[in-house]
Design a protein around this ligand. Structure first.
Ligand SMILES: [Zn+2]
Length: 341
């Protein structure tokens, strides 16, 4: 059975997907379901698919963990791959992305920033969330990161592309360029709800490499293919905000190895790892960090430069999303093995 299910999908099978209703996720220890639950429409859809594929007795549906696993296998079989996209509203204007519906998701951690926009891009389903709400109204320190990431997981997302604005600390990183993050220094610790691990067993996730190596590699290839220069690595230092940094803070950050500074990468990255989701971080460099230029940094300048960067980001996303389809070929989900005490 499993050999056949893991074969590559053909024809219209590649367009179908299977969903589990929200209630299967609520109140269950996430580690039991890690990487295995999916969403949406109705249990009947699952029952129908399972019966059609003759893979398991419907009696097993009483166990939500098994049901979730079944759905995951069916999704792989059907070639269903949902890619999450977090960023500003302009990313929805990606050429070739057709938004077909909006879905509001409730989570055990409260409400995500706004409804998720679900659309298709080639053979992938893209699920978009505006991190700061729609319209942009939630400051970085008040974003409900746990609800946002949990919501993606319940929508069946295994890969997230997170786009954010950042200031350049390293002198050779220029305003207007794009940088792929590969490391994080977290200065928000203790100031934000930063983990799903609150009750039951303690989970010590491996976070030595916070971003998915495979996704970054594919993004670098995609950028090369379209002739777009991108910074292939970047150490992102995350501050709480919403105030900008002092000049001396930036000097300090440079001394401890930070390349760029922003306010949103954490706890977003750690939460995706806790749920076994792959993460690609793309920073649009919107300004020089404080004290590194004679100009006074304003929020207006950051927003305007982010808008300018959107066309570049969209070009890059258009090239990278098709490269992400298919079975994950990385160890992000495996990092959860042996993580519990
Ligand atoms: Zn990965």
């Amino acid at each position: 059975m499993s050999r056949r299910l893991l074969n590559k999908p053909h024809g219209d099978r590649a367009r179908r997907c299977v969903y589990i209703p929200d209630e299967f996720n609520r109140g269950l220890p996430y580690m039991r379901l890690r990487g295995a639950f999916s969403t949406l429409a109705s249990q009947e859809a699952v029952v129908h698919e399972v019966r059609k594929n003759r893979i398991l007795s419907p009696l097993l549906f009483a166990n939500p963990a098994i049901l979730s696993l079944v759905v995951r296998v069916i999704n792989i079989y059907n070639g269903y791959m949902a890619i999450g996209l977090i960023g500003a509203c302009g990313l929805c204007e990606l050429d070739g992305l057709e938004i077909s519906k909006e879905v509001s998701v409730s989570t055990p951690y409260g409400d995500p920033s706004c409804p998720y926009k679900i659309g298709s891009f080639g053979n992938s389903e893209v699920i978009f969330l505006s991190r700061h709400g729609a319209p942009h109204s939630i400051p970085p320190h008040l974003v409900n990161y746990r609800a946002n990431i949990w919501g993606f997981k319940t929508l069946g997302v295994d890969q997230i592309i997170s786009v954010n604005a950042a200031g350049a600390i390293k002198p050779d990183i220029k305003t207007g360029s794009l940088v792929l993050q590969n490391q994080i220094i977290d200065m928000t610790a203790g100031a934000r709800q930063h983990t799903f691990c609150e009750t039951g067993k303690i989970t010590y996730i491996d976070f030595a490499n916070p971003y998915c190596v495979e996704m970054r590699k594919r993004c670098i290839s995609a950028a090369a293919e379209i002739g777009m220069p991108v910074g292939q690595t970047g150490v992102y230092i995350c501050v709480n905000g919403p105030r900008l940094e002092t000049a001396m803070e930036i000097r300090h950050f440079a001394m401890i190895g930070a390349d760029i500074v922003g306010m949103t990468a954490m706890p977003e990255a750690a939460l995706t790892r806790e749920l076994g989701i792959c993460l690609l971080g793309i920073s649009a460099i919107t300004n020089c960090a404080a004290g590194l230029s004679d100009k006074i940094l304003t929020a207006t300048e950051v927003i305007e430069n982010m808008r300018t960067s959107n066309s570049m980001i969209n070009r890059l996303l258009g090239a990278v999303i098709p490269r992400l389809s298919g079975v994950r070929n990385c160890s992000c989900d495996n990092r959860l093995n042996d993580a519990q005490l």
